[in-house]
Design a protein around this ligand. Structure first.
Ligand code: NAD
Length: 496
């Protein structure tokens, strides 16, 4: 059986580690290949390649760097269907969704093509007598990117286009559950003309991550994954002197006010709750129904949920399987717990069967009403196709619920009342807010990131915050002496 290798210095690298892990097709349950798991030596080979490539890449002209990023964009645009198929075969999401993920990642590549403009510094002439001041932003060095299983292309693309365009070199450690997309991307970079060692892929698990977090050659870490690991990565990376942005888990609420268009809200709840089988950090997992609309809204959502077609993402399905058997069973166990705790299962995805693929990791969309805030189905991030409904009497109660959550990634409000929406955007303690938009993922030229336990660090991903994260400032104060100047002055420099 083939083993997905690492990618170092623009070629495949098998590594010395004999350890590997199975990669499955979630729609069939079949192990289709294995993936190499780096040991400390293999990790250092990747880091050393990135470190060796850095000096020449940072000194490569902006014009040349941009032309390579632009070429990468062109190749990606031409061939993104290939990447989408790879994603579906290892992650399970339906093809249209996989293509959507690639397109959202491509937007960041397009943003990075504007790097000459984004890296412009400032200049002040005659700030003090005969003194000029210039500010620059320079790359920081080799950077590590550690990504989760749920967006094997888009999440790495939140970071590496900007990191590379700004003159850094990269070691990407993708999720071991769906490693092949990153290798395809690496080959595309090579075809686009990226020099050896600028973009490296390291397959692995905690062993690889731990070396990236402590190795002094790595200057910054961009991590995306669950909250406990994000906390660990942030604490360990910063303790070793690195700049770290660690994006964590989520539990996103959507509030529906009594004046909302209930059909629009019901469509949105189904799309945001069950798209990608709920394995999205911006999925809506809690619907907060305000006032007397709950019965009608739940009925509309249930009707739409019951007709969703579940099946292999390569076929004409609305929703694919979950990523692994253990994850499927964990999500189902949360539904069991919710039922035991007294919630009402309106649509039960646990009973689903798929005739021609009995061994796939199936769990149908599940709608649960009358959920209480003390239930584990509410308190924990479930990361599956499970939409919980909480009923409250007022806007204030709904807001309090959202703001009490330990997470603050995304949220949405559905209303036709502009005043209520405006108040919500001001008061809610969440990083990304949708108004009648259920999955408010910011465009590439804005920055993506949550608050509270959904992000550790100061910088959100991409947009200007991404450019700042992958560069550091330098200010140069210059005086070209004219012959009239002379004299010694030991006091602190003052403006004159
Ligand atoms: P995960 O935390 O299990 O894994 C993320 C990465 O960390 C992977 O590369 C994995 O190999 C590595 N890892 C796993 N265990 C580790 C350990 N003990 N030490 C060091 N590294 C370790 O997350 P996942 O299951 O792959 O992805 C789903 C999670 O990611 C969800 O919690 C989801 O909310 C979150 N997520 C967040 C965002 C966001 O923008 N905030 C985006 C996508 C996913």
């Amino acid at each position: 059986m083939s083993v997905v290798p690492h990618w170092i210095n623009n070629k495949q690298y098998t590594g010395q580690s004999a350890t590997n892990a199975p990669v499955t097709n979630p729609a069939t349950g079949e192990v289709t290949r294995r993936v190499a798991l780096a040991d400390q030596h293999d990790t250092r080979v990747a880091i050393n390649a990135a470190a060796a490539a850095f000096p020449a890449w940072r000194d490569t002209s902006l014009a040349k760097r941009t032309s390579i990023v632009f070429r990468f964009r062109e190749l990606l645009n031409e061939r993104k269907n290939e990447l989408a198929e790879i994603i579906t075969s290892e992650h399970g999401k339906v093809l249209s969704d996989a293509l959507g993920e690639v397109s959202r990642g491509q937007e960041v590549v397009e943003f990075a093509c504007g790097i000459p403009y984004l890296l412009r510094g400032g200049m002040t002439e005659n700030a003090s007598t005969s003194i000029d001041v210039t500010s620059l932003r320079q790359p920081i060095g080799p950077v590590g990117i550690i990504s989760p299983f749920n967006f094997p292309a888009m999440v790495p693309m939140w970071f590496f286009p900007i990191a590379i365009a700004a003159g850094n070199t990269v070691v990407l450690k993708p999720s071991e559950k769906d490693p092949s997309a990153s290798l395809w991307i690496a080959e595309l970079w090579s075809e686009a003309g990226l020099p050896d060692g600028v973009f490296n892929v390291l397959q692995g698990d905690k062993i690889a991550v731990d070396e990236l977090l402590v190795n002094p050659e790595i200057k910054a870490i961009s991590f995306v994954g669950s909250t406990p690991i994000a906390q660990y990565v942030y604490a360990t990376g910063t303790a070793h002197g690195k700049r770290v942005q660690a994006l964590g888990g989520a539990k996103n609420h959507a509030i529906v006010l009594p004046d909302a268009d209930l059909d629009l809200a019901a469509d949105a709840m189904v799309n945001a709750g069950f798209g990608s089988a709920g394995e999205r950090c911006m999925a809506i997992s809690v619907l907060v129904a305000v006032g007397n609309i709950a019965d009608e809204l739940v009925a509309k959502i249930a009707a739409r949920t019951r007709i969703l077609k579940i099946g292999d993402g390569n076929k004409a399905s609305d929703m694919g399987p979950l990523v692994s058997k253990s994850h499927r069973d964990k999500v189902a166990s949360y539904v069991d717990a919710g039922e035991k705790d007294g919630a009402t299962i309106v649509v039960d995805g646990r009973t689903i069967t798929i005739d021609d693929a009995a061994d796939g990791f199936w769990l149908g969309p599940t709608l649960i009403d009358h959920v209480g805030t003390e239930m584990s189905i509410y308190t924990d991030e479930i990361f599956g196709p499970v939409l919980s409904v909480i009923r409250v009497d007022s806007y204030d109660e709904a807001l309090e619920l959202v703001n009490s959550s330990e997470f603050g990634n995304g949220t949405a409000i559905f209303t036709n009342d502009g005043g209520a929406a405006r108040r919500f955007q001001n008061e809610v303690q969440v990083g990304m807010v949708g108004i009648n938009v259920p999955v408010p993922v910011p465009m590439a030229y804005y920055s993506f990131g949550g608050w509270k336990n959904s992000l550790f660090g100061d910088s959100h991903a991409h947009g200007l915050e991404g450019v700042h994260f992958f560069t550091r400032g330098k200010v140069i104060t210059t005086r070209w002496l004219d012959p009239s100047h002379a004299g010694i002055e030991l006091g602190f420099p003052q403006n004159t």
